[in-house]
Design a protein around this ligand. Sequence first.
Ligand code: NDP
Length: 242
Amino acid sequence: MNQTILITGSSRGIGKAIALALAEDGFDIILHCRNRIDDAKKVSEEIKAMGRNVRILQFDVSERENTKQILTQDIEKYGAYYGVVLNAGLTRDNAFPAFSDEDWDKVIHTNLDGFYNVLHPIIMPMIRRRDNGRIVCISSVSGIIGNRGQVNYSASKAGLIGAAKALAVELAKRKITVNCVAPGLIETEIIDENVPVAEILKAIPMGRMGNADEIAHTVRFLMHKQSGYITRQVISVNGGLC
Ligand code: NDP
């Protein structure tokens, strides 16, 4: 049976590291990006060189109809997926009183609505496979402890945890697991000049940022066939931050 995994936001950063790790483990890969198709193509070349099947989908996860159409067509053509990693996400940090409506909406529509927009078209075909399945949501330490300047982002990432846990209950008897990985401070492009890195590092017992491969390692563990009894969990990968 086809063992294909979709990783949203895998043109770069954590998603790219996850895609490469899962390809190394023998899975066929669906890369995904919003704008940076050239970056996704480079990742695709690396995966092809490993001898895996790979294709790229491009859509904005906050656009419901387009997301549904592209995923439905892909499944009709290639079949249902074994796994999905909901990794695409963004930040619009600011003090709460200074938020624009757009700062709030953009983050919620991408990070939280993205859960529904991506999973809803995928889930019935996954169930109909009647085989093991894996869903991993990339949440954040911010969704667990709440971070200054991230009221929107913390809400979206906490929302993901609630959604994942509820879906885990619904899918438990179908052999489909649903878990979250909650990264701490990971060195990628999302850590821009607005992130007070020096201040956060003081709160991290390990005193360093994490790297994308350390998140990928946890996701590949959850994707493994033998991880089938782990569901409804949040695994933090954060150097001891909380
Ligand atoms: P990056 O900014 O490096 O990469 C973000 C990825 O998501 C890109 O592939 C981007 O596509 C895609 N993306 C962003 N918005 C959309 C959208 N609306 N529709 C479709 N794709 C989109 O981020 P990271 O790799 O650091 O983050 C990955 C995930 O990990 C995110 O969910 C983030 O919230 C989470 N996280 C990250 C932490 C960190 O410290 N880095 C900490 C905790 C959680 P494109 O390249 O086309 O723009």
